[in-house]
Design a protein around this ligand. Structure first.
Ligand SMILES: Nc1ncnc2c1ncn2[C@@H]1O[C@H](COP(=O)(O)OP(=O)(O)OP(=O)(O)O)[C@@H](O)[C@H]1O
Ligand SMILES: [Mg+2]
Length: 410
C-alpha cells in the first residue's frame, strides 16, 4: 500500500536508487537500526556512514537534496504538501492537496540539475502538455507542470495503492490469469497513448500502479526523460537510472526513431517478470544486462514456469523479439492475442508472426542453404549418369550396326 513515507525510508531508497549503496547494505542498516531502537536510537543517515556504506559527504549531499526538494515543494502555489509518497532515481513524489478543488494529488519534484538544462525544460513542458491531453482510466492523469524555487514539478492524479514492483520485489509470481488481466489494462493505456502520438519509453513495474479497487494505472506517461535513453543508461553506468531490465534493444542502441514497439518490448519484459518471477536478462552490472537484451536469446517463459500456457509464452516471445519488425506491429494486434488467450483461444497473430519470422530466417540463411547445397549436387550427378547412359547406348548401337554390316557384307 502506498502511504506517506518517513524521512529514513526516502533517504534509504534514494541512496540505493542512486547507486550509493546496495539494497543488501540498506537492509542490514535497517535491521541494525531496529535493534538499536530501544537503547541507542540512531537515524539511518548516520548509521550508514558509521557502517561505512556511504561517505559523510555523500550522506550530507543527499540530505541537502532531500531538504531542498521539500522546501521547493512547499513553495508550489495552490497546493499543500501532506507528506512523501516515494522516491525514484530522479525525483521525490509528494502527496498534496490541491486547494482550489480540494482534492488529493501527487506531485513529482524533479532534481535541480534538470532545471539548469534548457533543452530538458523545453521537452518537460512540451511532453507535459501532450500528457495532459490524454484521458484514460488506466493512465495516471497529468494535471499540471510548473516551476517553484528553481525546481520543476509535475502534478498528477494520486493513486492510492501499490506499484507492481512492490509485489515483484517480494518474489511474487503472478498467476497467468492475474498477469493477463494487468497486462491487458496496461495495453489499453498504451493503445490510447500511441493513438495520441505518445510513446511511453519507460514501461516497467515501478511505473505500473494498482489502486485499491484493482484498477491498473500507468504512471509517468509522457514525462520527459533526461537525455536519450542510452545516454542516461550509459553515462551513469545505468545505476542512477535503475538497472535496464525492461529496455528495448533499439533504445539501448540509441536509435532516435523509437516507436510503439519499444513499449511493446518493455511490456513483454514486465509480463515475463510477472509470470516467471525473474527478469528476462539478469547480469551483475547494467551494461551486461543491456548486452544480453541485444544479443542473448530469450529463454521461453514456459521453460521457467512450466504451468504457463504455450499461448502466453508465445505472446511474450513475440513481444520481446529483438528486431522490432518481428514484434506485434501495434498494440491493437497485441490486444487481440492477449484477449484470445484470456478467453482460452490460441494467439493467432503470434502464430502468424512465428511463421513469418521462420520464413524470413529461411530466406536469410541456414535451412535453405543446406537444401540448395544438396540439390545441385544431386542434379549434377543425374546429368552425369544420363550422359554416360547416352554414350554407352550410342557405342552399343554403333557396335550392333558394325556387326550387322559385317554379316551382310560377308
Ligand atoms: N501518482 C502517484 N500516486 C501515488 N504514488 C505515486 C504516484 N507516482 C509515483 N508514486 C510513488 O512514488 C514512487 C517514486 O516514483 P518515481 O516515478 O519518482 O520513481 P520510480 O518510477 O519508482 O523509479 P525511477 O526513478 O526508476 O523511474 C513510486 O514508486 C510510487 O510509490
Ligand atoms: Mg515512476
Amino acid at each position: 500500500m502506498t502511504n506517506e513515507t518517513n524521512y529514513d525510508t526516502i533517504f534509504g531508497k534514494i541512496a540505493v536508487e542512486q547507486g550509493l549503496c546496495t539494497d543488501q547494505e540498506l537492509q542490514r542498516s535497517l535491521g541494525e537500526m531496529e535493534s538499536r531502537l530501544k537503547f541507542n536510537p540512531v537515524i539511518l543517515k548516520d548509521l550508514m556512514v558509521e557502517l561505512g556504506y556511504i561517505t559523510e559527504t555523500q550522506a550530507e549531499r543527499l540530505k541537502t537534496n532531500i531538504k531542498m526538494s521539500k522546501v521547493a515543494a512547499h513553495q508550489i502555489p495552490g497546493y499543500k504538501i501532506l507528506g512523501k509518497l516515494g522516491a525514484g532515481a530522479m525525483a521525490i513524489v509528494y502527496k498534496a492537496k490541491q486547494l482550489s478543488l480540494n482534492r488529493t494529488v501527487a506531485i513529482k519534484v524533479l532534481p535541480k540539475r534538470f532545471s539548469e538544462n534548457p533543452e530538458y525544460v523545453e521537452r518537460f513542458y512540451k511532453e507535459g502538455q501532450a500528457a495532459g491531453k490524454l484521458n484514460h482510466n488506466n493512465i495516471v492523469q497529468a494535471f499540471d507542470v510548473g516551476e517553484a524555487g528553481g525546481y520543476h514539478y509535475f502534478v498528477m492524479e494520486y493513486v492510492q495503492g501499490k506499484t507492481l514492483y512492490d509485489d515483484l520485489s517480494t518474489g511474487t509470481i503472478f498467476t497467468e490469469k492475474n498477469a493477463l488481466d494487468i497486462i491487458i489494462q496496461v495495453a489499453h493505456a498504451l493503445a490510447h497513448a500511441h493513438n495520441c502520438g505518445i510513446i511511453h519509453r519507460d514501461v516497467k513495474p515501478k511505473n505500473i500502479m494498482i489502486n485499491t479497487e484493482g484498477v491498473v494505472k500507468l504512471a509517468d506517461m509522457g514525462l520527459a526523460r533526461e537525455t536519450s535513453d542510452i545516454k542516461a543508461a550509459q553515462t551513469e553506468a545505468g545505476r542512477a537510472y535503475g538497472t535496464p531490465y525492461y529496455i528495448a534493444p533499439e533504445q539501448i542502441r540509441g536509435q532516435i526513431d523509437i516507436d510503439g514497439r519499444a513499449d511493446i518490448y518493455s511490456l513483454g519484459a514486465t509480463f515475463f517478470h510477472m509470470v516467471t518471477g525473474q527478469v528476462p536478462f539478469m547480469a551483475d552490472d547494467p551494461s551486461n544486462v543491456m548486452r544480453k537484451h541485444l544479443n542473448e536469446e530469450l529463454t521461453p517463459p514456459d521453460h521457467i514456469n512450466t504451468e504457463l500456457s504455450a499461448g502466453t509464452s508465445e505472446i511474450i516471445e513475440v513481444m520481446m523479439a529483438k528486431r522490432k519488425e518481428d514484434r506485434y506491429e501495434n498494440i491493437e494486434e497485441l490486444l487481440t492475442d492477449l484477449q484470445a488467450v484470456r478467453d482460452g483461444q490460441p494467439p493467432f497473430r503470434a502464430h502468424k508472426r512465428f511463421d513469418v519470422a521462420a520464413l524470413e530466417k529461411l530466406e536469410d540463411g541456414q535451412a535453405i542453404e543446406e537444401q540448395e547445397n544438396e540439390q545441385p549436387y544431386k542434379n549434377e550427378t543425374i546429368i552425369h549418369y544420363r550422359i554416360a547412359i547416352l554414350i554407352l547406348s550410342a557405342v552399343l548401337v554403333a557396335f550392333f550396326l558394325v556387326i550387322v554390316l559385317l554379316i551382310f557384307s560377308s
